[in-house]
Design a binder for this molecule. Sequence first.
Ligand SMILES: [Zn+2]
Length: 70
Amino acid sequence: MRRVSVKISNRKTIFFSNSRDMICVVCDKNISNQYVLSSPHNRYRCLDCAISLHIIEKIPKEIEEVMLTE
Ligand SMILES: [Zn+2]
């Protein structure tokens, strides 16, 4: 499987989480094995929360393409 990461800003990156017990700081869901948004201080968010909080506008095209081919 192809994994991509996309830099959103200096301190925020979307990447594929391989960690087994990563939790979204917003919705408390386990977000392992999916694309997540990282931000400083190890605060990780699922992409749904990142979008609903307007941290990102939408899932970047590069990520969307990889998600669709999986
Ligand atoms: Zn979330």
